[in-house]
Design a binder for this molecule. Structure first.
Ligand code: ARG
Length: 376
């Protein structure tokens, strides 16, 4: 929501000075002072201000750098920014979101990318993407209380159906339509074109299992429910992606008991003794499921990192930032991978959790239909 002018002035100034101090925007003497004067005038005339393209790109990149939950921040400078700030119609957002997925997917060589749509202004609320990510799988609640698909998405699936989406074929991996809320509050749904959704069929390197179960996952994790906040300006529709780390799929999406809950099935296929937790059947099934995920992405030629590589990259990132005189905020419980934590170097230390701006923040109203904490 729009900020009171004095708060906005202060946040704008803080951001412009940060941009100045890191990118030396004052090579042209006096630029920063002039920019601040212009922004103050613009805020007093219109209640908001417009970022330059350079400010927008810097803000989006630093917001990634400031994401305390993200282990993949080493490449924060490489984030590409698609400037779609002039777009605020739901159709345009759906079309450009599909274009985003194609450009990010890049035939398998995944590129970190953000598309920034219209910001909120004091006169007009910007549209919002209600879908948690651009690509999500439906979760159909059945009469018996079982869910076909991803149980995480039963809320948004029910909403899509209520809005008139006819539903998919009913597989466990039906791609949901994108749900976009217009500036006037109307909710609309848009089916993503097939060629925008890059997916990988999953199979175990030795057993080959997975294929016959129809296991798959999408290749581009594009979070679409977070607001990009830069210098007091809120861009509620700003889908962004990096590439997957295998454990997100193999140790969480497919394994959590409130998601696809596949460990019992994998253990059975592996012939493990599931009569007691002490046989460590869950642990063994987790490892094999994660091997299947990494193997399948590799075989398909699609970028994916593993938790060992990404952990050591993260510590490189921390060192590089510290060498620049910047402290890296981090949330230990999100940074440490969900399997083999202590076998990765990120486990064996603590982090400062200070939150900084610019940042990607949750906007609560779009998340009302999902549940609490571990949203991404
Ligand atoms: N954990 C989320 C998922 O499994 C994606 C979060 C972002 N991940 C990323 N590698 N950029 O869908």
């Amino acid at each position: 929501m729009p900020r009171a002018p004095d708060t906005l002035n202060r946040q704008a100034e803080e951001f412009i000075l940060l941009h100045h101090s890191e990118e030396h925007t004052d090579a042209d003497t006096g630029y920063t002072e002039r920019r601040l004067t212009d922004i103050r005038a613009e805020i007093s005339a219109t209640g908001t201000y417009r970022h330059s393209a350079a400010e927008l790109a810097f803000g989006a990149r630093v917001a990634w750098r400031n994401s305390n939950r993200c282990i993949g921040r080493l490449y924060w400078r490489s984030l590409r920014v698609r400037d779609c700030r002039e777009l605020s119609d739901a159709e345009d957002i759906a079309r450009e979101s599909a274009a985003h997925l194609r450009e990010a997917g890049n035939g398998g060589r995944i590129r970190p990318l953000i598309t920034v749509f219209a910001p909120d202004t004091p006169h007009r609320r910007a549209p919002r993407i209600w879908s948690e990510q651009l690509v999500r799988y439906a979760g159909y609640a059945t009469a018996g209380g079982r869910v076909v698909g991803d149980p995480r998405n039963t809320g948004i699936t029910a909403l899509a159906l209520r809005l008139g989406w006819p539903g998919g074929p009913g597989t466990p991996f039906d791609v949901l339509p994108l749900i976009v809320q217009d500036g006037d509050g109307t909710l609309r749904w848009f089916v993503l074109p097939d060629d925008a959704v890059l997916e990988v069929e999953l199979r175990h390197p030795e057993g080959g299992w997975g294929a016959e179960w129809g296991l798959r996952w999408n290749a581009v994790p594009a979070i679409s429910c977070m607001c990009l906040e830069i210098g007091g300006v809120c861009y509620p529709s700003a889908p962004f992606n990096g590439w997957y780390m295998g454990t997100e799929i193999g140790a969480r999406n497919l394994a959590d008991t409130d998601r696809y809950d596949l460990l019992p099935r994998v253990a059975e296929r592996l012939g493990l003794d599931t009569s007691s937790d002490r046989s460590l059947w869950k642990d063994r099934a987790l490892v094999e499921l994660n091997r299947a995920v990494l193997h399948s992405f590799d075989r398909a030629g699609i970028t994916m990192s593993d938790h060992h590589t990404e952990s050591s990259r993260f510590l490189t990132h921390v060192d590089r930032e510290e060498a620049k005189g910047r402290e890296v905020g981090a949330d230990w419980s999100w940074i440490v991978p969900p399997i083999s934590g202590s076998a990765t170097p990120v486990f064996h230390r603590t982090y400062d959790a200070t939150e900084r701006r610019p940042a990607y923040v949750q906007h609560p109203e779009a998340l009302a239909h999902t549940r609490g904490e571990h949203l991404v």
